[in-house]
Design a protein around this ligand. Sequence first.
Ligand SMILES: [Zn+2]
Length: 83
Amino acid sequence: MVNSSIRYGARIRKQYKAVQKEKNAQYKCPSCGKTKVQRISTGIWQCSHCGKVYAGGAYTFTTPAGESAVRQISNMSAQKQAG
Ligand SMILES: [Zn+2]
């Protein structure tokens, strides 16, 4: 049990690191196509090129359609193969 709780803690730290990285990352703007979308507040993302504001995830920018759905589907099929 001790070992598993240590592993769990490391996993949280890893996730936290990933969140911090994504929080500061720039994302592609669905409107103008420039990689200029930055998090300006929790769940609020703005493109510094065209100024368009998006409501996204708290720490990651999610495009309205396509990308995230594709990623979810590929995750699902990967899990199917593993299980
Ligand atoms: Zn833009």
